[in-house]
Design a protein around this ligand. Structure first.
Ligand code: DGL
Length: 261
């Protein structure tokens, strides 16, 4: 048993989609959520740059004595997870676009992968395509500006719906019946995507990643005592009130449980 906190990080509010699932599955675990908003967005940055930021975030989380780190960002996982695992003596759980479940669920055989340029250009993604793409036709869709809309608290607005139509319209018309949400920010666009394209299946891996983290904690004997209630602290590298506002719009109520430090 280990009551130290779990660290979860992203470039901004996107990783809150993973945090939500993790807290639901493991309410006894304390969490420190790091939003690296000073360096948002990660998506268009060169991998070396994203890696540098990820290392800085991890160093800060380890200074707070976290016992496991969830890289709740596909772009940071693509750029840095192998190096993070090599550099730090703490277990990491990362994200990869959910091509495997998408390939299984697609009837039409055409799958759209919605992710940042950094994720789509990375080796991690190439390996996932080689391993699980099979005979599927895969349409890579870089979500230009989508994470920014979510970060500005505009998920669900007409502007977000217009951006979704613009990004996904051609792929859906071209036969894609399954869309992978390959960026944690996009989980918050799911209701708008469903409204725009009701026939399309969405693959969101946030629950699977949270489950994996719970399993790793169990396997390594790091789980918190089950009878406690975990705390939630948030560290924001950029403007705190902007982060708080966007998080509140996404249904998080920081006033109840978060100390912004
Ligand atoms: N949430 C990040 C991801 O999962 C990307 C957002 C950004 O571009 O910073 O890839």
């Amino acid at each position: 048993m280990d009551s130290r906190p779990v660290g979860i990080f992203d470039s901004g509010v996107g990783g809150l989609s993973v945090l939500r699932e993790f807290r639901r599955l493991a309410p006894a675990e304390s969490v420190i959520y790091f939003a690296d908003t000073a360096n948002f967005p990660y998506g268009p940055r060169p991998p070396a740059d994203v890696r540098k930021h990820a290392f800085a975030v991890v160093n800060r989380l380890l200074a707070a004595d976290v016992k496991l780190i969830i890289v709740a960002c596909n772009t940071a996982s693509a750029a840095a997870i192998a190096d993070l695992r090599e550099a730090f003596p703490v277990p990491f759980v990362g994200m990869v676009p959910g091509l495997k479940p998408a390939a299984q669920s697609s009837r039409s055989g055409t799958v759209a992968i919605l992710a940042t340029p950094g994720t789509l250009d990375g080796d991690l993604y190439s390996r996932v395509v080689a391993d699980f793409g099979g005979e599927r036709r895969i349409l890579n869709l870089p979500g230009h500006g989508l994470a920014e809309l979510v970060e500005r608290g505009q998920a669900g607005t007409p502007a977000a719906r217009a951006a979704i139509r613009e990004t996904l319209g051609r792929a859906v018309a071209d036969g894609a019946d399954t869309v992978v949400l390959g960026c944690t920010h996009y989980a918050f666009l799911a209701p708008s995507i469903r409204a725009e394209f009701p026939g399309v299946a969405l693959i969101d891996t946030s629950e699977a990643v949270a489950r994996r983290a719970v399993a790793v904690l169990g396997e390594l004997g790091l789980a918190a005592p089950a009878d406690g209630t975990g705390t939630l602290d948030v560290i924001v590298s950029g403007d705190r009130s902007r982060f708080r506002e966007a998080a509140e719009r996404l249904g998080f109520a920081p006033a109840h449980e978060e100390a912004l430090t």
